[in-house]
Write a protein that binds this ligand. Structure first.
Ligand code: 3HC
Ligand code: NAI
Length: 640
């Protein structure tokens, strides 16, 4: 039974039982719809079985037409009931779950409950009264961040704003039953000061980054406040149904499920991860420092190894700067920042590594250097310790070749800045033990990162696709498409920066050195416009210019007369290409490379490739990823 009823005296306790998150599925709605008219009680308590009240509407049903009874119909029955309903809420009340609680006449909550309307993160707005009943209950200013900006309220905050009437200190349902027959609280509603709307709109417009739902959620709140509850509910439902069928919502649902599937590979279901309680990081450069910060943020003690005292001092300063910045942003307290820094033991030499059960190497991208590090690690680390490389391109099999205990090696490819970027590519070697691989997934969970397993190839999943899309962008240059047009098109598509702006940020010299090394090794690498810029001293933002010019202290790209002059004889005269054609060319390149990666079993599913692009390379979330776009395009005949 999706819903059951028990009587406690004259109070009916209605319990939703739909594990794992008590999603309001068609079956739950039907069961509620059927039982409400027949309830013979003086009051009703509505609750959820297991660890939460209700996690929201059932998202697995959103690719199908809406089935009756709808959630608004069920909610209207609850709200219009002749007897009072009390929601007994614990764990979470999210989306449709919060809307069910709002339909009740009173709310009792357990400590530690989270209340939120995460619909906008799924490309929709609340569709069962959330945009209407929440502002009427807690006021417009308190409701807007919850409805349109992904804010959530804990039990105490919910009590403070009037969303919750009572915090249960003992048994939740018993306390709700105890209150169920007492008079229902009355609340007055006052419309907000006019500037509240304009301020919220400006704030949301800045943070929405191409997502349509947040502003529509705000507009729905305003529409209801200005036109009354009935009209507000009608309007909200209309917008919800429209968005439910939108491309953005489909893309965001695709990622929602992919993000929950990738961390739990079926092959590792029965494997206990090898424990990881103390971690060594070798190399305190850009990546090593970011990785150490990520580990500390997850509470793991770290030993950070550098090659000399000067490099170690630089690394510790950089680490301290990361925690200082987090503190300035209000993300952690001064004492937390201090404790996190204290939990890193900086050392020169490998002596401190014997107690580490995982060591992550992040030294220069150079095979002999990495081989020397691993040979040393194999000597000093405990036999069970897991040894990982953060290499970007080097075949990890070459790094650990002929070392004993081949089952303990793997690749853990972090993304810069490693304490912020969500992606972790996990690269098993042919002999990697299952419990070592499981430990990598467990570590990703602790670090709150999205792990994606990758096979071994040049650049693994992400850098391989990046290389292909860069080549596609360069091919457009050779057709005469101005690089500024390519950047503008990709920004218009939803990227924070275009591909040439990214090169300016990261530095053009790194890939230049790669090409030079390949040329020195006898490979036929054609000369590129990037080579010309680097040789003229234009290495990107760090030299005041690359593809664009940059004023000192200003990261906004400006057209460069010098770049134009340098490339004048190299590239054909400018042509105009529509932005859609530019984005289609780059997306096609990404999806084609993705297909090749799947065909070679480097990635296991198209959805995992999408996760790599979204969480490692800034692919706009509301577009779902290149493989999602390819699949949609196969249905519509074009890249969407
Ligand atoms: N519908 C369908 N399945 C859902 C779901 C939902 N709303 N929420 C979670 N699930 C599934 C997950 O896919 C996962 O399935 P799997 O085990 O087969 O992979 C399983 O439930 C457990 O999910 P989590 O791993 O995320 O479990 P946690 O315990 O870590 O978190 C949660 C639970 C906080 C409820 C989290 O799952 C969550 O945030 N869910 C989504 C909440 C949400 O966005 N709700 C709004 C939905 S839209 C809506 O309600 C519209 C309304 O306005 C009409
Ligand atoms: P980096 O040059 O900033 O840092 C490397 C550090 O390693 C230096 O501080 C150096 O002193 C130290 N080091 C060198 N040899 C050492 C040794 N034998 N023992 C101890 N320390 C030693 O390099 P970065 O950018 O941090 O890259 C490190 C690795 O991470 C490389 O393999 C790189 O390909 C990879 N990577 C880099 C990314 C990036 O965006 N920078 C992204 C993902 C992976």
């Amino acid at each position: 039974m999706a819903v059951d009823v028990t009587m406690q005296g004259r109070v009916a306790v209605v319990t939703i039982r739909n594990p794992p998150v008590n999603a309001v599925s068609a079956a739950v709605r039907q069961a509620l719809w059927d039982l409400i008219p027949g309830l013979d009680a003086d009051a009703v308590v509505l609750t959820g079985a297991g660890k939460m009240f209700v996690g929201g509407a059932d998202l697995t049903e959103f690719d199908r037409p809406v089935e009756e009874p709808t959630l608004p119909q069920v909610i209207a029955r609850i709200e219009g009931s002749a007897v009072p309903w009390t929601a007994a809420v614990h764990g979470v009340a999210l989306g449709g779950g919060l809307e069910l609680a709002l339909a009740c006449h009173r709310r009792v909550a357990a400590p530690g409950t989270r209340f939120a309307l995460p619909e906008v993160s799924l490309g929709i707005i609340p569709g069962a009264g959330g945009t209407q009943r929440l502002p009427r209950l807690i006021g417009v200013s308190a409701a807007i961040p919850v409805v349109a900006e992904m804010a959530s309220l804990d039990t105490e905050a919910a009590l403070a704003v009037g969303l919750v009437d009572h915090i249960a200190t003992g048994d939740l349902v018993a306390e709700a039953v105890g209150l169920a027959l007492t008079p229902v609280p009355e609340r007055a509603f006052a419309p907000p000061a006019p500037q509240v709307w304009a301020e919220a709109e400006a704030r949301i417009r800045r943070s929405a980054k191409g997502a349509t739902a947040p502003l529509l959620a705000l507009a729905a709140v305003r529409h209801g406040v200005e036109n009354g509850l009935t009209e507000g509910l009608r309007h909200e439902r209309e917008v919800f149904l429209h968005l439910r069928a939108s491309e953005q919502a489909a893309a965001l649902r695709h990622l929602f499920f992919a993000e929950r599937t990738a961390p739990r590979p079926v092959a590792l279901r029965d494997t206990t991860p090898r424990p990881v309680t103390q971690v060594g990081v070798i190399g305190g450069g850009t990546m090593g420092v970011g990785i150490a910060a990520a580990l500390r943020n997850a509470g793991l003690p770290v030993v950070l190894v550098e090659q000399n005292e000067a490099a170690l001092a630089r690394a510790m300063t950089a680490l301290s700067a990361i925690f200082d910045a987090a503190q300035r942003k209000g993300a952690m307290s001064a004492s937390d920042a201090e404790a996190r820094l204290k939990g890193v033991r900086g050392v020169v030499g490998y002596a401190g590594l014997a107690e580490c059960d995982l060591v992550i190497e992040a030294v220069f991208e150079d095979l002999p250097t990495k081989r020397a590090v691993f040979a040393e690690l194999a000597q000093v680390c405990a036999p069970q310790a897991i040894l990982a490389t953060n290499t970007s391109y080097i075949d990890p099999r070459l790094i650990v070749e002929s070392l004993p205990q081949p089952d303990r090696f793997l690749g853990l490819h972090f993304f810069s800045p490693a304490h912020l970027m969500k992606l972790l590519e996990v690269i098993p070697l042919p002999d990697t033990a299952a419990d070592v691989l499981a430990a990598a997934f467990a570590l990703a969970g602790k670090l709150r990162k999205i792990p994606v397993q990758s096979g071994i190839c040049d650049g693994f999943i992400g850098n391989r696709i990046l290389r292909r899309s860069r080549a596609a962008a360069e091919a457009l240059l050779h057709q005469g498409v101005p690089f500024a047009d390519i950047d503008a098109a990709m920004r218009g598509y939803g990227y924070a920066m275009g591909p040439f702006e990214v090169q300016d940020l990261a530095g053009l010299d790194i890939s230049y050195m790669h090409r030079q090394a390949a040329r020195a090794a006898g490979q036929d690498v054609p000369r590129t416009p990037g080579d010309i810029l680097v040789e003229a001293g234009r290495k990107g933002q760090k030299t005041g210019g690359g593809w664009y010019d940059y004023a000192p202290g200003d990261r906004s790209p400006q057209p460069s007369a010098q770049t134009a002059a340098l490339l004048a004889g190299v590239l054909p005269p400018p042509v105009t290409m529509p932005p859609e054609a530019i984005t289609a060319a780059l997306l096609t390149a990404m999806a084609d490379e993705g297909q090749a990666i799947l065909a070679e079993d480097i990635a296991q599913t198209p959805a995992e490739i999408d996760l790599v692009l979204v969480h490692g390379y800034g692919f706009p979330r509301q577009r779902g990823g290149p493989m999602f776009q390819r699949a949609r395009g196969d249905k519509t005949g074009q890249m969407t």
